[in-house]
Design a protein around this ligand. Structure first.
Ligand code: 6R9
Length: 627
């Protein structure tokens, strides 16, 4: 993780995108910038000055760049002799050969050595106002205890431990304990069903599962241990289940189960990085646990939901914990926007410096609200694009020069060491600006995925073969006249209406600009004449009263004005919720199956945040198709 540099900056926003009025306030602060502010190691790169030159250096001298970063920012047990040996066309990805390090030592011991009493974690418990702080020293102690427990129960280097826990300090310590003793961790989102959990335990061939008696989220209790009990019935590899106590409720224990001890609480001051994702998602791994801790930051573990006990929860937490960087998902921003500004304005957000967004394209309305209302127009909003496969942020508006613009809803600039390219349908690199194509990355970087567990062939087929020599992301992107990148969504989601190709995100962005609309999902369905037609699922804002015909008229007129007539939806279905993954991504696959009346192959719905949403959509669609 690149922690934001602490120099002051000038921040301006200009709106280049279709339909976005260029009317953002320019917030100017005094100050200058030099390359060292982005990266002190750059002092050793001859003739490199400024952010753009550093980015250029990082891709054209990638070995020098990554070697300097790796030596400076990490503690090595044994130094590497070769920076990289990669061949993307064959899926061979090797970094820092000969080198050996322990990530847990980098996240803990290195920091304890510098500042043992700095706060590492702030656990924002579901019960508002009962946060708990852990210093780096305490987290190291806790991690060592879990590591010893794992070792005592036979976990060895190369084993894989399944962690089925909510976002909490013990889950972080469990991850770091695995890393410390050389075991892999398989963190399963604590809302997954017993079947979904069992499948993941079997895939990982875990002999150990770590869980809690119960989970607490949004005021509701979930029976985690019970779910594990059911899951392990079909997992013959599991020898032990470690159970920590989140609540006081006793749960049935068997010979296989081991109760974990309680730990120590303490309060200290520190810089606060607030990523409100779940640790079961890659964002939680990279930006709650490994990134912040390896950089010696204080990181928040948010156990609750954005609307518990009320829709002011995030901002009340910001005020109470004095969060400096807030990192969340567009789905939560859209949800909160529905409830109005008063829930934000109630709380002091002056500690905030940067607002981040990840997971999906952030539509213009949500971006503006986040910037204007949450950030009071003074905090840069950074739309960060990346994937599980990339390990960390690849395209983001910052770091950038102090006076450089930030365009709403665009990830914009390649991060250091990242060389994005756009491909046409024939597999040729598109060199011009103001063009769209398949987003690939032209050269390897250390954080990238190197394989798929037990299936290297699939890794090569999915990421290396579609565009030989390039890493294929599966996303589409647009490069603006100024060379900025905007993600247009998954390529599978592109709709082709009478030969016009259009990304679902682009239509959704415009639909969401209708004042009555909270959020929407757009899919293509097969159409006799046009090839594909457009079907929009629309959720209205809270207490919104509007006649359906008026809404349809408004939607059609805004879509034809801002995109084109061919992009107007053929069908609009008003729904209360959209089917989403736990990390907030809309599952368009499910919507397509409903519209194709292929209900038998809806697939695994247990990964949905709220499986009931699907039933409502099936019923709504049946009514529309009968009309
Ligand atoms: C970190 C994460 C990856 C997919 C990715 C893309 C979408 C993520 C985005 C974005 C538009 C952004 N995505 N960030 N789309 N703008 N800023 O989300 O990882 O769960 O693996 O999902 O999410 O489609 O390919 P992961």
């Amino acid at each position: 993780m690149w922690l934001p540099s602490r120099f002051s900056f000038k921040f301006s926003v200009s709106a280049l995108r279709r339909g976005v009025p260029p009317s953002y306030p320019h917030v100017v602060r005094r100050g200058g910038c030099n390359t060292a502010a982005f990266m002190p190691e750059a002092a050793g790169f001859e003739g490199v000055s400024g952010r753009a030159a550093l980015q250029e250096f990082s891709v054209s001298n990638s070995e020098d760049f990554w070697a300097a970063v790796a030596r400076q920012r990490l503690s090595w047990i044994r130094p590497f002799h070769t920076v990289q040996d990669c061949d993307l066309s064959r899926g061979r990805i090797k970094w820092f050969q000969g080198g050996m390090l322990n990530v847990s030592v980098n996240c803990l011991d290195r920091q304890v050595h510098i500042c043992p009493e700095r706060v590492a974690l702030i656990w924002e418990r579901d019960e508002r106002g009962s946060e708990v702080r852990y210093t780096y020293r305490q987290l190291l102690e806790m991690t060592c205890r879990v590591g010893n427990l794992l070792k005592r129960h036979g976990v060895r280097k190369g084993d894989c431990v399944t962690i089925y826990m909510p976002t909490c300090p013990l889950a972080v310590a469990s991850m770091l304990a695995c890393a410390r003793i050389g075991a892999a961790h398989n963190v399963v989102f604590a809302g997954f069903s017993a079947d979904a959990l069992a499948e993941r335990i079997r895939d990982a061939q875990s002999s150990i599962v770590i869980t809690m008696n119960q989970g607490v989220r949004g005021g509701k209790v979930t029976e985690l241990k019970k779910t594990v009990d059911t899951a392990v019935q079909s997992c013959p590899t599991v020898r032990h289940v470690f159970v920590a106590m989140r609540t006081e409720t006793l749960v049935p224990m068997t010979d296989r189960d081991v109760l974990m001890d309680e730990y120590v609480f303490s309060y200290h001051d520190g810089d606060v990085f607030g990523c409100v994702a779940d640790i079961g998602w890659i964002t939680g791994h990279s930006y709650i646990v490994y990134g912040p801790l390896a950089n010696g930051a204080t990181t928040v573990l948010f156990e609750s939901t954005p609307v518990y006990p009320d829709p002011g929860r995030y901002w009340e937490t910001v005020e109470r914990l004095k969060i400096n960087q807030f990192y969340g998902a567009p789905t939560a921003i859209r949800l909160l926007l529905k409830y109005g500004d008063q829930w934000v304005n109630k709380y002091d957000r002056s500690s905030l410096k940067t607002l981040g967004s990840v997971g999906e394209p952030i539509n213009t309305e949500a971006w503006e609200w986040y910037h204007r209302v949450v950030g009071e127009g003074r905090c840069p909003v950074v739309d960060t694009w990346w994937q599980t496969e990339t390990g960390g942020i690849c395209i983001a508006p910052k770091p950038s020069e102090p006076d450089e613009e930030i365009v709403p809803g665009m990830a914009m600039r390649p991060f250091f060491g990242i060389k994005p390219v756009l491909m046409d349908t024939e597999g040729k690199v598109l060199t011009a600006n103001n063009t769209s194509g398949a987003l690939c990355i032209a050269q390897p970087w250390p954080g990238m995925a190197r394989t798929i567990h037990n299936n290297h062939e699939r890794f090569i087929e999915t990421y290396c073969q579609p565009y030989p020599g390039y890493f294929f992301t599966g996303d589409g992107a647009y490069r603006s006249p100024k060379g900025y990148y905007q993600i247009t969504g998954r390529l599978d989601d592109v709709i082709n209406v009478s030969g016009h190709r259009i990304g679902t995100a682009e239509i959704e962005d415009v639909v969401n600009q209708c004042p009555a609309v909270a959020e929407s999902a757009v899919i293509g369905y097969s159409h006799d004449i046009k090839g594909q037609g457009i079907y929009a699922f629309v959720v209205l804002k809270k207490n919104m009263k509007i006649k359906e015909e008026d809404l349809y008229k408004q939607l059609n007129s805004v879509v034809s004005e801002k995109i084109a007539k061919y992009a107007c939806p053929d069908f609009i279905l008003l729904v209360k919720r959209l089917p989403k993954t736990r990390s907030g991504k809309i599952m368009r696959r499910v919507l397509r199956k409903v519209v194709e009346s292929d209900l038998d192959s809806l697939g695994d719905l247990s990964t949905l945040d709220d499986p009931a949403a699907v039933q409502e959509i099936i019923e709504g669609h049946a009514k529309i198709s009968m009309k």
